[in-house]
Design a protein around this ligand. Structure first.
Ligand code: K7E
Ligand code: CUA
Length: 672
């Protein structure tokens, strides 16, 4: 179990709750949950799912794609972690994607995703994904289902409140979970000087409307709180962002207790249109920082990593009217905005009710200066002045809320393991349904947009317990599909998931399925080591580097006999897949390689680096079962001692030299 924080409270609060009322403390077993209407989730063989479900991978650093309603797993997209399946992060071309100011970082903790939007609706172009640990933001292209770009976030430590997107994908935001000393300050300070030296940061990352390319437009320096989650305003609240923050106590130790001391933390309301005005008025200051910006090019089939050194920073002290704080009970986790943009729902993990704020009231409160003092110079709005109302006794441990577009909110309750449906206008609880067990995030297709698609709801649970066949100390992760088309929520299906899912979004398949990239055109391949035909296959030596221009086509590799490599040589296999048919990858692997295979799509070139660590014969082969003669798709590389005079030779189908020479005895020093 990964959420120790919650686990402690689970026991405490459940015990307490069971004493006070028996609500939701009935023992639930797999048996009592039987009766899911599986037929509604059945997708017949050969038929397609209605939605793609794009699901964060948590500590596996990847993103998984499932079909809804079937729950079938289609693909795991490598994002922040190396993937031996595709060679992502192992091939020479993709290694730069995982470069950071800390060097090569082949893993991250991936919590939230955000699908691109136009006019508040899904447009099916890209999705964005956060790396929590070494703060990064990725953009994934929905025509290739591949990571196209990764941007490191400076002045951040724990990129949790990220990525959240505006109505027209103007910005994705990335706010730091951990406040820390700024990157250009001496960070060698006593930890107990937190209150003086630690600062928060919110980054506004612009998205190029054509290419999707990301750029840190500006950052806002904030008090040293912990940012948790966020949503952009929409409709009438377009131009605003709402962030949940906790640890307004600014504790630096035992946060479990010390960050729960105050009755209320905050929702921070950010007027980003105002921030833009201050930016154009020249109010931002340049700060020296260091962060990596990595971009993958589909023509060179290679990523480049650029280190950037500057960021523009807005200080709230210079920018009145840009930030406001709304008090919010008990360590708020999710902050969600309803489809109209009028209501902001903030879920305090330890709160007994769910406050729903009104954007209209918030604007009035600001105009009337209905403030309750300041926090670090930022006006604190009177709680009641911004409050639409509270959902009373919704359940225990509210975390996240999604919407159906019919005026209802659906809130996940971690502690009482249920989803509660409530009406946004009158705040009445309409229905509740148990989840198995301890739900974290939930997803309604289109839930965060202005026009939810509704119909289904998926729960991503934190505890699996007895739902599946056991698999040793760690059980599979568990999602559950519900039908929300009627008044009552109905369980349809359990399906296991990979990694540890946090947030997910679902999008109608029709918005994506028709624009899939099928091949890379070989004539558009500008990789410097591409061979656009077998005639271009060759081998060249540069010092102790040997470059092999290799081609792959059903069912042979060219060249497939290679001699003249010497002990200690670095061999670069640049393999071009000459196929121009959909779904005909070839793979490449060689014995003793200290990395993974590479998997090369039609028309693409990818490079595997291999070091000759001993004298001998090394077979290599295609790893993807590509044809009836796939098992014949193989070759040999000969490694000779350093002092040998074996000539550099390569061939396919003929023997070069016609009569082979035996290897010279190994010279002293060649043996390993
Ligand atoms: Cu898992 Cu969104 Cu990181 Cu809540 S967070 S569950
Ligand atoms: Cu190519 Cu198997």
């Amino acid at each position: 179990m990964k959420y120790h924080y919650f686990k402690t409270y689970t026991v405490l609060i459940l015990t307490f709750a069971c004493l006070v009322s028996m609500q939701s403390c009935k023992p639930r077993t797999a048996q009592s949950a039987a009766g899911g209407d599986a037929s509604k989730s059945f997708v017949a063989p050969g038929k397609y799912d209605e939605f793609y479900n794009i699901v964060s991978g948590g500590f596996n650093g990847q993103v998984a794609v499932y079909g809804i309603p079937s729950g079938r797993l289609f693909r795991i997209i490598p994002v922040f972690s190396q993937s031996p399946e595709s060679g992502y992060g192992f091939s020479e071309e993709t290694k730069p994607m995982l470069n950071t100011s800390h060097g090569f970082v082949p893993w991250d903790d991936q919590h939230h995703i955000a699908l691109s939007q136009t006019k508040g609706e899904h447009d099916g172009r890209w999705f964005f994904a956060n790396g929590n640990n070494t703060p990064r933001l990725a953009r994934i292209d929905l025509t290739t289902f591949r990571t196209a770009e990764i941007l490191e976030i400076p002045n951040s430590a724990g990129n949790h409140a990220s990525p959240f997107i505006t109505e027209n994908s103007e910005y994705v935001v990335a706010a730091t979970r951990f406040s820390v000393p700024l990157d250009d300050q001496n960070g060698d300070v006593p930890i107990n000087t937190y209150k003086q030296n630690f600062k928060g940061s919110i980054s506004f990352i612009s998205v190029n409307p054509t290419s999707g390319e990301m750029n840190i437009a500006f950052q806002i320096r904030t008090p040293g709180v912990n940012f948790d989650l966020s949503r952009a305003g929409k409709g009438k609240s377009h131009g605003w962002f709402f962030f949940s923050c906790y640890n307004s106590e600014k504790a630096n130790t035992l946060l479990e207790v010390n960050a729960s001391a105050k009755d209320k933390d905050f929702v921070m309301a950010v007027n980003w249109k105002k921030a833009e005005e201050y930016l154009s008025a020249g109010k931002a200051k340049k700060q020296s920082v260091k962060y990596a910006h990595n971009v993958y090019d589909e023509n060179t089939h290679s990523a480049t990593s650029t280190i950037k050194t500057e960021v523009l920073v807005l200080d709230p002290a210079d920018c009145p009217g840009m930030l406001y704080l709304i008090p919010c009970p008990k360590s708020p986790h999710g902050t969600d905005v309803d489809p109209t943009g009028e209501y902001i729902v903030a879920s305090g993990k330890l709160a007994a009710s769910i406050p729903v704020f009104s954007f209209t009231k918030l604007q009035k409160a600001i105009a009337d200066k209905a403030f309750d003092g300041e926090y670090d110079g930022i006006p604190v709005i009177k709680y009641e002045a911004a409050l639409h109302g509270e959902v009373v006794k919704p359940g225990l441990g509210p975390l996240h809320t999604e919407f159906d577009g019919l005026g209802n909110g659906y809130t996940s309750m971690f502690v009482s393991s249920e989803i509660v449906k409530w009406n946004i206008a009158d705040l009445k609880v309409l229905d509740r349904v148990p989840t198995y067990y301890s739900i974290g995030h939930l997803s309604v297709p289109g839930g965060p947009t202005a026009k939810p698609h509704g119909k289904y709801m998926i729960a991503y649970n934190k505890i699996t317990k007895d739902r599946y066949l056991p698999t040793g100390p760690e059980l599979t992760q568990s999602a559950q599909l519900f039908d929300i088309s009627g008044e009552k929520m109905k369980l349809l299906l359990d399906f296991p998931t990979t990694g540890e899912p946090h947030y997910a979004e679902a999008i109608p398949a029709a918005l994506i399925s028709g624009k899939q990239r099928k091949i890379f055109k070989i004539e558009e391949n500008t990789h410097p080591y591409a061979s656009k035909g077998e005639g271009q296959a060759k081998v060249e030596r540069k010092g102790n580097q040997v470059h092999v221009w290799m081609t792959a086509i059903r069912s042979h590799l060219t060249p497939d006999n290679l001699e003249g490599v010497k002990l200690g040589d670095e061999v670069y296999f640049h393999v071009t897949n000459l196929e121009q048919d959909w779904d005909v990858p070839h793979g490449f692997a060689i014995k003793g390689a200290n990395n993974a295979e590479i998997l090369i799509m039609p028309g693409e070139t990818q490079t595997l680096k291999w070091v000759a660590d001993r004298v001998g014969i090394f077979p290599f082969y295609c790893t993807d079962f590509c044809s009836a003669l796939h098992q014949e798709m193989q070759g040999y590389l000969r490694v000779s001692p350093v002092a040998s005079n074996t000539a550099l030779l390569f061939s396919t189908g003929t023997n070069k030299p016609a009569v082979s020479t035996p290897a010279e005895p190994a010279a002293e020093g060649d043996k390993k």
